[in-house]
Write a protein that binds this ligand. Structure first.
Ligand code: 5GP
Length: 132
C-alpha cells in the first residue's frame, strides 16, 4: 500500500515541494515545529530509516545536506537541526528544522501557523536557494 508520502511523490496528494531528483523528494512539513520545517524522503518506500539500503541511506543524507543549506539561506536561525522519528508516517524521512531554541526541536510544543500563501512562498524561496 502506498504511504501518504508515496502519494505526495506521485502527485496524488498536494505538497509544498522544495525539490526532487530521481531518488529523493523534499517538501515542507504540513504541521511545522518552526517556519521552514522540511521533510526529506527517499522515493523508495521503506518504513524505517535504518532499513534503507546503504546507497540510498548515504545519498539521502547527501541530499539532505543540500536542502539544509538552502533552508539556512532563507530562514534566519541559529542552525538547522535534523531529527528522525517516523512514528506517524511509515515511510523513511528526515526532519530538517530551523532552530533558535531547544524548544524548536520539540514535537510537543504548539506548532507554527502558516497561511497557504506563506507555505507556497517559503517552498519557492528554499527551492530557489537550492539552485544558487
Ligand atoms: P513522524 O512520522 O516523523 O513522527 O512524523 C511525520 C511528519 O509528517 C509530521 O511532522 C507531520 O506533520 C508530517 N506529515 C504528515 N502527513 C503529512 C502530509 O500529508 N503532508 C505533509 N507535508 N506533511 C505531513
Amino acid at each position: 500500500m502506498d504511504s501518504i508520502f508515496t502519494k505526495i511523490i506521485k502527485g496524488e496528494i498536494p505538497s509544498y515541494k522544495i525539490s526532487e531528483n530521481e531518488n529523493f523528494f523534499a517538501f515542507l512539513d504540513i504541521n511545522p515545529n518552526a517556519k521552514g520545517h522540511t521533510l526529506v524522503i527517499p522515493k523508495k518506500q521503506v518504513d524505517k530509516l535504518f532499513d534503507l539500503d546503504e546507497q540510498t541511506y548515504t545519498e539521502l543524507f547527501a541530499y539532505t545536506k543540500k536542502v539544509a543549506a538552502a533552508i539556512e539561506k532563507v530562514i534566519p536561525c541559529n542552525r538547522v537541526g535534523l531529527t528522525v522519528i517516523g512514528l506517524e508516517v511509515p515511510h523513511a524521512h528526515v526532519h530538517l528544522i530551523p532552530l533558535n531554541t531547544m524548544s524548536d526541536a520539540s514535537f510537543s510544543k504548539p506548532k507554527a501557523q502558516l497561511s497557504q500563501i506563506e507555505f507556497i512562498e517559503l517552498a519557492a524561496k528554499i527551492s530557489k536557494a537550492m539552485d544558487s
